[in-house]
Design a protein around this ligand. Structure first.
Ligand code: NDP
Ligand code: MG
Ligand code: MG
Length: 330
């Protein structure tokens, strides 16, 4: 088993009395900032004027421009959208990133692909909860923590590991376990996971199943429940007890279908394509495309987003979920 760090080895002490600037107050920013504050650490927020600024103030934080927050802080956690980090770093963070400060991220993209190059006299690290921002907050409030990763890119002070573990404790991750990775491993596995399995793979699988049933003349509502709605129930079982628990709970008929048919859906061709996708991540091709797409103001991203919103599964789903009033009460 790989070494996991828990609260007893991830002491908060080294961050006590220090100022942490959380830059960005979106999905990760709001949850990490609030968890750190509830863990007894001093947190300020760095933002531009806008929606998040008001939200952060309403949540009781001192909010500053990115430059000012960087100036005031010892530890700077960058939680801006990945595609904006390079520009904001160069213009508003780098000028105030003085010797001995900590520059930290929750995703390694910009450091790993060379979009941000930090000076040699600061610590550079990554501390990432392995879960969406809103869960990071909810689970912490309930007394738990979303597990986390940390990686050290540059240890200028000699204390980088201790600092990273303290931060991981502050956001609640050390309650569930924190494990060490590298910028390379975090960046490549995170991109691969979201592209091939969690987001890209899962949404295409759902749509393909839905379309197959609807084209064969079945009611779209039935197809929606079968191919999208029920997926959550299945995934919940996997999350609680792995594939075995899911298979224990489903019927033997379903389990036989699982064994016989799954490998006809995810074929050798699919696995070959997965390897290709991984290679394009590793050799920087995906990063380059995403960076250029942003520089061109996202023509492809916007076009596909529109098509996807217009897909029949979204229309049917919105109507059905409208009837399930209990569903979004949270
Ligand atoms: P969001 O898009 O949810 O939030 C971005 C925040 O940055 C907003 O508060 C936004 O404020 C602010 N912002 C945007 N542009 C600027 C700017 N030019 N100057 C100042 N503030 C700005 O981002 P996420 O939380 O999803 O992602 C943050 C990081 O966390 C990324 O590196 C991501 O990869 C990583 N991560 C995200 C996860 C998630 O659950 N979403 C999971 C694990 C890692 P405004 O209201 O003004 O736009
Ligand atoms: Mg990601
Ligand atoms: Mg069934």
């Amino acid at each position: 088993m790989v070494k996991m760090y828990y609260e007893n080895e991830a002491k908060l002490d080294i961050l006590k009395g220090k100022t942490i600037a959380v830059i960005g107050y979106g999905s990760q920013g709001h949850s990490q900032a609030q968890n750190l504050r509830d863990s007894g650490l001093k947190v300020i927020i760095g933002l531009r004027q806008g929606k998040s600024w008001e939200v952060a103030e309403a949540d009781g934080f001192e909010v500053y421009s990115v430059g000012e927050a960087t100036q005031k802080a010892d530890f700077i956690q960058i939680l801006l959208p990945d595609e904006r980090q390079g520009k904001v770093y160069a213009e508003e963070i780098a000028p105030y990133l003085t010797e001995g400060k900590t520059l930290s991220f929750s995703h390694g993209f910009n450091i790993h692909f060379g979009q941000i190059v930090a000076p040699k006299n600061v610590d550079v690290m990554l501390v990432a909860p392995k879960g969406p921002g809103h869960l990071v907050r909810r689970v912490y409030v309930e007394g738990g923590g979303v597990p986390g990763l940390f990686a050290i890119q540059q240890d200028a002070t000699g204390n980088a590991r201790e600092i990273a573990l303290a931060y991981a404790n502050g956001i609640g991750a050390a309650r569930s376990g924190v494990l060490e990775t590298s910028f390379r491993e975090e960046t490549e596995t995170d991109l691969f996971g979201e592209q091939a399995v969690l987001c890209g793979g899962a949404s295409e699988l759902v749509k393909a199943g839905f379309e197959t049933l609807v084209e064969a003349g079945y009611q779209p509502e039935i197809a929606y429940f079968e191919c999208l709605h029920e997926l959550k129930l299945i995934v919940d079982l996997m999350y609680e007890g792995g594939l075995s628990r899911m298979r224990y709970s489903i019927s033997d008929t379903a389990q036989y279908g699982d064994f016989m048919i799954g490998r006809r859906i995810i074929t050798d061709e699919t696995r070959k394509e997965m390897k290709k996708v991984l290679k394009e991540i590793q050799d920087g091709e995906f990063a380059r495309n995403w960076i250029l797409e942003n520089q061109a103001n996202r023509p492809v991203f916007n076009a596909i987003a529109r098509q996807e919103e217009e897909h029949q599964i979204e229309k049917v789903g919105a109507e059905l979920r409208g009837m399930m009033s209990w569903l979004n009460k949270k």
